[in-house]
Write a protein that binds this ligand. Structure first.
Ligand code: GAR
Length: 220
């Protein structure tokens, strides 16, 4: 098995990055983390990636001003230089243009801290509490041009309690993020996810625990 060369793009602390690096430290895992890239030179995760012996790259969006195309072309070039096959956005807080996304069809994954399609965008935990939701969670999905909207690869649910604080809820969701992202990358990197009519179909056996993290499709 050739492991898929995977880049993780971050903007901040990189706890999901660390979960992916830990999963990929197993030689049997189908993806190797070949690059960690950041649009922010001060992202704490860069240091952690370097300590793990992973090549890092900074493509600082601020030096491109309002020229998003130039920023994305620079990012794309770095990914090509490192012969990247799969991109994992992990707290990467830049919207990607349709041009960039078209260069990587069904090869960009993102993690979002909500049960999509609920609570797209920012401040998901506060909004879930304010909405009086009884459950919340996180979603890994393929990136498409419309924000937080692509086919769902994995989704993890957590309860939301009436007296929850944003901090407590965020910690509960983050723990589930760290389970679903390694699972989603494993399935995608082993070519077990097919996108059919905007939905992900997973081929092959999954454990009973993993099955609880896959999207449920209504029977045909
Ligand atoms: C995670 O909670 C991730 O779901 C969220 O940013 C956090 C990054 O944490 N992503 C988004 O909100 C994307 N819209 P991390 O840097 O510790 O992985």
């Amino acid at each position: 098995m050739t492991r898929k060369r995977t880049a993780i793009l971050i903007s901040g602390r990189g706890s999901n990055m660390s979960a992916l690096i830990a999963a990929a430290s197993d030689a049997g895992y189908p993806a190797e983390i070949a690059l960690v890239g950041s649009n922010r030179p001060e992202a704490a995760g860069l240091q952690r990636a370097a300590e793990a012996g992973i090549p890092t790259a900074i493509v600082d969006h601020t030096i491109y001003g309002k020229d998003r195309t130039a920023f994305e072309r620079a990012l794309h070039d770095v990914l090509l230089q490192h012969r990247i096959q799969i991109i994992c956005l992990a707290g990467f807080m830049r919207l990607l243009s349709p041009w960039f996304i078209a260069q990587w069809p069904n090869r960009i994954l993102n993690i979002h801290p909500a049960l999509l399609p609920s609570f797209k965008g920012l401040d998901t935990h506060r909004r879930a509490i304010e909405a009086g939701a009884s459950e919340h969670g996180a979603t890994v999905h393929f990136v498409v041009a419309e924000m937080d909207s692509g086919p769902v690869v994995a989704q993890g649910r957590v309860p939301l309690f009436p007296d929850d604080t944003e901090t407590a809820l965020a910690a509960r969701v983050l723990a589930v993020e760290h389970r679903i992202y390694p699972l989603a990358l494993k399935l995608v990197a082993s070519d077990r996810v097919r996108v059919d009519d905007g939905r992900c179909i997973v081929c092959g056996a999954v454990s009973a625990e993993e099955a609880t993290l896959l999207p449920r499709h209504p029977a045909h």
